[in-house]
Ligand binder design. Structure first.
Ligand code: PT1
Length: 277
């Protein structure tokens, strides 16, 4: 069973690396599900070899401008991959906002629900509340992936994101989910300008007040490319720098594509902070 006892209670534990496993059809292939399933399973295995602590499996892109997929399609994408990885002795997170996908993923071995919609979808709260083994990541987003980058607006980004996450924590607890089962995420790139994202990262430490572990996902995001000018497939260095910065600002979990590079960078952090690598 996966819980984050160390991330919650033991400040001497090292930060955890969540490796991203996307199960989305390859636009350069007409091999259909089998092809992308096999590819995702191979990728998951290599992230385990690189030292991932958690795998985050997602079947619906949430990058700016992405369209949602049907429940059936999302299930067809993620469940075979989940089943292939379950039993490999690594906690599995499912990146979904759909209660039906949450339910099937839990039944197939997922122990973390990573919901960019913070359990606001009807039935989502009820679906996860009853299962005491499941940890939930509540993320902030303004708008939805299709429209979120159109015109993001805040008076005070840090306060507004924090207030939202506090409300979602309270709602989850009122539904019977204990605080020990929760993780929060400010949602970098989800309805935020570059300036908003930088302000959030700069003040990430203020989110520790909420009393639950912080997860940060900055890997390969456009905010990094906006600074260096590198395209999405060429942002390893800025992603590693951002992950390390997030950790120094209190993140307990970093969601990354480049597990090996992040692991090596965090080894330096761990050495300084007397945490076991
Ligand atoms: C995240 C996250 C996620 N990000 C959590 N789950 C994505 N908990 C998917 C861009 O600006 O940060 N936290 N699941 C990926 N989403 C994006 C968003 C990818 C923005 C790219 C951008 O480039």
């Amino acid at each position: 069973m996966f819980q984050l006892p160390t991330a919650h209670t033991n400040t001497s534990s090292r930060p955890l690396i969540m490796g991203v496993v996307n199960v989305t059809p390859d636009s350069f292939s007409d091999g259909g599900y089998y092809y992308s399933t096999e590819q995702a399973i191979d990728h998951a295995k290599s992230l385990i070899d690189e030292g991932a602590d958690i795998l985050d499996i997602g079947g619906e892109s949430t990058r700016p401008g992405s369209l949602s997929v049907s429940v059936e399609e999302e299930l067809d994408r993620v469940i075979p991959v989940l089943k292939a990885i379950a039993g490999k002795d690594i906690p599995i997170s499912i990146d979904t906002s759909k209660p039906v996908v949450m339910r099937h993923a839990i039944d197939s071995g997922a122990t973390i629900i990573n919901d960019i919609n913070a359990l606001q979808t009807p039935d989502a709260l009820e679906t996860v509340a009853s299962n005491n083994h499941v940890t939930i990541c509540l993320m902030h987003m303004q708008g939805n992936p299709q429209n979120m980058q159109a015109n993001p607006k805040y008076k005070d980004i840090v306060t507004e994101v924090k207030t939202f996450l506090q409300e979602r924590i309270n709602t989850a607890k009122a539904a019977g989910i204990s605080q020990q089962r929760l993780i929060i995420d400010p949602g970098f790139g989800f309805g935020k300008t570059l300036q908003h994202n930088l302000e959030l990262l700069h003040h990430l430490d203020s989110f520790t007040d909420l009393g639950v572990p912080i997860l940060a996902g900055l890997s390969h995001k456009s905010m990094l490319g906006a600074i260096t000018g590198n395209d999405v497939n060429n942002r390893i260095h800025e992603s590693v720098a951002a992950a390390l910065l997030a950790v120094t600002k209190g993140a307990k979990i970093v969601r990354v594509h480049d597990v090996k590079a992040t692991r090596e960078a965090l080894a330096i952090y761990n050495a300084i902070h007397h945490k076991e690598a």
